[in-house]
Write a protein that binds this ligand. Structure first.
Ligand code: SF4
Length: 432
């Protein structure tokens, strides 16, 4: 039987795409292997959002070409679309390249090899994805992005924005829940821009939140200025919706936001944070931040530090800017030297950690409700779960995935909450 192995690098959308590819190949009679060494076809689903990620994907593919000369190696996803035909000369052993928009063509090309790049019309695909282990199912609700942030390759790699019909999304969600998944993660590059014949993202979320068997629903990634009170109200009033917002800030300086072509100001962003916190008590907030963007001065960077201290994010994904040839930002004047970006990145991370340490200390002693996901990856003697506002909690005890546990926070592991289960009588089952 023909066999394949798929390795996924990058974001949750890539994970969902890999599940889709695996589902398609299985439906066409292929068998999935757990190791690349056992596969006839090795697929690397790579990310292109940063230079480092792109290099990693290309290196992985060339490593497979060298190590398994008898296998067929494919590079798929954003990196295939971004680097395109050029890879055929730099990586001559490559058997197949497929862009994110054309993954449904993969089974036809898998045996003979070839190239399927560029964007096509979206069509509802009936093949079930091969989902991963655990409690969570990824549910893409749209693809592409119509914004044009000057640093971003997504509009080029994933094409223009297409929202999927609610009936299609609903079908996918019901299938996942009927297969035993209890948490749904709605995915879109700019998920808050979802719009299908008058149905907004808030309305879609509300429809999905009442599905039987659903214990938690979350979404990523929204764009700050898309978020209206309708979405915040659905989050506030619907128990199963995660009380956490990922709000990519990118920079704390209006001048840099303009250079980035982001369509909000710092005042607007802080106002949104305030409204969201007022409507959703205990709201968890996470963000993305880029330092060393072309033209960023020390004063601009200081403004970013100030917003980080003001907001007190629970999680911050921080990056030093790396130019992506072909983007508008790469040709901007005043590129910031790499050593300056790295030094700013270190200061940003340390400011964020300072704020976080203070916040987390205040949570010690509090009662939390934890949805158990499975064994802790770092130390399988413990279980790992999340609160409804997205805090990761390490728990001691014999719980199963999907259990909902009341626990008291008894300490911290770095910035992660360590909690002890509280039994009905009030006694604690573990300590640290
Ligand atoms: S909104 Fe997000 S995905 Fe769209 S261009 Fe901007 S950074 Fe890229």
């Amino acid at each position: 039987m023909r066999s394949f192995y798929v390795e996924t690098l990058g974001c949750q959308m890539n994970k969902a795409d890999s599940e889709r590819v695996a589902g398609l190949l299985l439906a066409h009679g292929w068998k999935e292997t757990q190791a690349a060494s056992d596969a006839e076809l090795i697929l690397v689903n790579g990310c292109a959002v940063r230079l480092k990620a792109e290099k990693r994907a290309v290196n992985r593919a060339s490593e497979y070409v060298r190590t398994y000369p008898g296998a067929k190696v494919a590079l798929i996803g954003c990196v295939a679309e971004w680097r395109g035909q050029e890879l055929l000369s730099t990586l001559p052993g490559l058997h197949l390249m497929v862009s994110p928009a054309r993954l449904n063509e993969l089974p036809d090309l898998a045996q003979a090899g070839g190239i399927a790049l560029g964007h096509t019309m979206w069509g509802a695909e009936r093949t079930e994805p091969r989902r991963g282990m655990g409690i969570r199912a990824w549910i893409p609700v749209m693809r592409g992005c119509d914004r044009n942030c000057s640093f971003c390759v997504v509009p080029a790699t994933r094409g223009t924005q297409v929202s999927f019909p609610p009936s299609f999304v609903m079908e996918r969600a019901v299938d996942a829940l009927e297969s035993g998944y209890i948490e749904l993660v709605l995915l879109g590059q700019r998920v808050s821009a979802y719009s299908y014949r008058g149905i907004s993202f808030a309305a879609l979320l509300k429809q999905l939140a009442v599905l039987p068997g659903l214990r938690r629903i979350r979404f990523t990634a929204p764009y700050p200025s898309d978020i209206g009170d309708d979405l915040l109200e659905v989050m506030a009033s619907t128990d199963v919706v995660e009380k956490r917002l990922h709000l990519p800030l990118q920079s704390g300086s209006d001048r840099v936001l303009k250079l980035m072509r982001r369509e909000y100001t710092i005042t607007g962003y802080l106002d949104l944070v305030e409204r969201a916190r007022a409507l959703i008590p205990g709201l968890g907030l996470s963000t993305d931040l880029i330092v060393g963007f072309p033209g960023e001065t020390e004063a601009d960077f200081g403004a970013t530090l100030a917003v980080v201290r003001t907001v007190g994010f629970d999680t911050a994904f921080t990056f030093a800017y790396s130019p992506r040839p072909g983007t508008v930002a790469a040709s901007l004047q005043d590129q910031v030297p790499a050593e300056v970006s790295q030094e700013r990145l270190a200061r940003l991370v340390s400011a964020h950690h300072e704020v976080l340490a203070e916040k987390r200390k205040e949570e010690v002693g509090a009662m939390v409700k934890v949805l158990v996901e499975g064994p802790d990856r770092k130390d399988p003697r413990f279980m790992m779960g999340k609160t409804s506002n997205g805090r990761v909690v390490i728990l001691e005890g014999d719980f199963a995935s999907g259990d909902e546990v009341s626990a008291r926070v008894i300490g911290l592991r770095g910035h992660t909450l360590h909690a002890a289960h509280v039994r009905a009588g009030g006694d604690q089952s573990c300590g640290s």
